[in-house]
Every structure is written in C-alpha cells, then in structure tokens.
Design a protein around this ligand. Sequence first.
Ligand SMILES: NC(=O)c1ccc[n+]([C@@H]2O[C@H](COP(=O)([O-])OP(=O)(O)OC[C@H]3O[C@@H](n4cnc5c(N)ncnc54)[C@H](O)[C@@H]3O)[C@@H](O)[C@H]2O)c1
Length: 332
Amino acid sequence: MNFANSNIMITGGLGFIGSNLAIRLVGMNANVTLVDSLIPEYGGNLWNIEPIKDKIRVNISDVRDEHAMKYLIQGQDYLFNLAGQTSHVDSMNNPYPDLEINAKAQLSILEACRKYNPGVKLVFASTRQIYGAPQYLPVDEKHPLAPVDVNGINKMAGEWYHILYNNVYDIRASVLRLTNTYGPRMRVKDARQTFLGIWIRHIIEGEPLLVYGDGKQIRDFNYVDDVVDALLTCAESEDANGEIFNLGADDPINLKDTAQLLVDVAGSGLFTIVPFPQDRKAIDIGNYYADYRKIRAKLGWKPAVPLAEGLRRTTAYYREHRSHYWETDNDA
Ligand SMILES: NC(=O)c1ccc[n+]([C@@H]2O[C@H](COP(=O)([O-])OP(=O)(O)OC[C@H]3O[C@@H](n4cnc5c(N)ncnc54)[C@H](O)[C@@H]3O)[C@@H](O)[C@H]2O)c1
C-alpha cells in the first residue's frame, strides 16, 4: 500500500480506531489531518495520538459544522469517515445527537465532498448493529437490515448516503460493517463503546467482570490492527467503490468464554454472570457472527490477530497507560 505524501483526513481521528489508523498512516509518510470534537462521553482522547502528535494536524471541530467541513475537505485525497456516536444505550436515552451525528452530518459531509472535492475517496465505518437480531448465522451482507436501536437506524442511513453518492455522483465510497473491535486506545472508562472496554478496566483494577444474561451469546471480535488493514485496503482498491463489506473473525466465541479467556490472559481476575439490565436487554441482538467471505474474496482481507493475542496486547497497553484512560478525570 502506498499512501506516502497523500493528504488524508480522518473524522473521529482522536478516537479508538481513528487514532490507530492515523499512527499507521504516519508510518507510511502520509499527510494526516484529524478532525474530532472531543465530546467527553465519546471515545476521543488526546493521549491516543501521543506517538505522532508532532507529525499530524489536529482540528478540534464537529462534523455537524457544515462550514468547517467545507474547508477541511478541500485538498484531501482520502477521507476515512469514522466520527460517530457509538453508544447504543445513549442513542435510546437521547436519540437526537445520534441522528445529527450519525445521519445528518454524514449527508452534509458528502455534500461538502460533492461541492468542493468530488475526487476524494471515502471509507465509512458502519456497524453490524444494523442487521439487528440475526435471522441466520453467520450473517452475510445480504442479511435483512432490521436495527434494534436508534443508533442502528442512523448508521444505516449514514452508510447508504455514502453508497448513494458513489452511485449517483461518482464520489468513490466504500463501507465496512465493523463487528466488535478492540485493542489499544479504545474507551475503557465505561461500557459506552464496548463491554470489552469496561471488562479490561475491571480486570486491571482487580474488580470482577460482569457478564450479562447467561453468557452464551456468541460474538466475533476484530483486533484493531486488522480493522486498520481493512480500512486501508478499501481506500486503495478501486474494486471497493460502491461496495459494502462485513468484517468478521474466524473464532466466534461466547461471552462467558471470552471473559474466561481475558482472565487467563491477564493472569488473574474473575467474572460473574448477572441478569441483563433492562435497558440493555431491550436492545440485545442475541447471537451474532459475520460471514466476511466477500471482502476476503474481493480484496484479500482476513484478520490476522487471534483473540488471545489481541487481548494480551490490549491489557499490556492499559496496564502501562491506565492513568490516561480513567484515573485522570476522577471517574474511578
Ligand atoms: N469499535 C467498534 O467496535 C465499532 C463497531 C462498529 C462500528 N464502529 C464505528 O467505527 C467508528 C469509530 O469508532 P470507534 O470505536 O473508534 O469509536 P470512538 O468513539 O473511539 O471514535 C469516534 C470518534 O468520533 C468523535 N466524534 C463523535 N462525534 C463527533 C462529532 N460530532 N464531530 C467530530 N468528532 C466526533 C469522537 O470524539 C471519537 O473520538 C464509529 O463510527 C463507529 O460507529 C465501531
């Protein structure tokens, strides 16, 4: 892959996946601009870019600001569009910010591209949440879309705006439907981004992990480096234009076994199986794992990092850097 000297903008670039992507791109000598609002409830964290902070441009702005987007998009070769409200529960408790960020702002970003930079190539981070409760497993891209929460509905609109602008205006765009992604730089102070985040915090603090339900819900997990590979592969491939791809893993695992694996990898800790809180039960999707054969066949992507190895790297990162993720703001 060659992104040297390319101008690359990452919305949500101070967040979990965006910052890992930025670090990789700086290593490839790309000119990287990060756009992020740093809303405290979301995953942005300036520490995420510590290794590259002198080698990138950071613009603290909100993707809902059409005027800012108009200027930021100009001159960019690639836009990795990762800014998002990611909490499913928050999207139910307060649906309007999710609508504005995950749907309306996506449309205005695409309008800015159409008017001011139609040659840009976009990659959009969508989510497996839009499938809702699976009707069959593994879930392929042809599975019906039936989101079970407001976040899923808005992310669905966000991804389809990208496909529409690809098809109607030739603004090249690809969509990845991410499954549970984990790794260094994810939000671990609470469960807003993923339950795995709070599990990792608890294991490092010596607190028991809470597994909801009966622990038999199956999930698939991607280590963040593998997701970065997929984002870059979509960006560089013209075959990805107008396409929607699932990401997934070869080793689906239930939540109880995931908790046990985390305890084993960490070398200590324990987990407790507890009833679902009502707000989570109402939007739970049951078992899920993806069929990712489309991206493997078309673009040659497959995940490389097994779950145990990824969890080992992740816990090592948070043991070293915990003060930047949950102790500094007195929320412990
Ligand atoms: N992590 C996962 O498991 C996962 C799964 C499915 C989809 N995704 C998608 O991938 C993308 C990146 O997710 P992540 O896990 O890195 O989450 P994250 O919360 O760490 O990153 C999102 C970033 O977007 C920023 N942001 C939010 N609203 C903004 C706004 N209005 N303007 C500017 N910046 C804003 C946040 O500050 C944050 O830094 C999201 O769109 C998410 O929906 C992630």
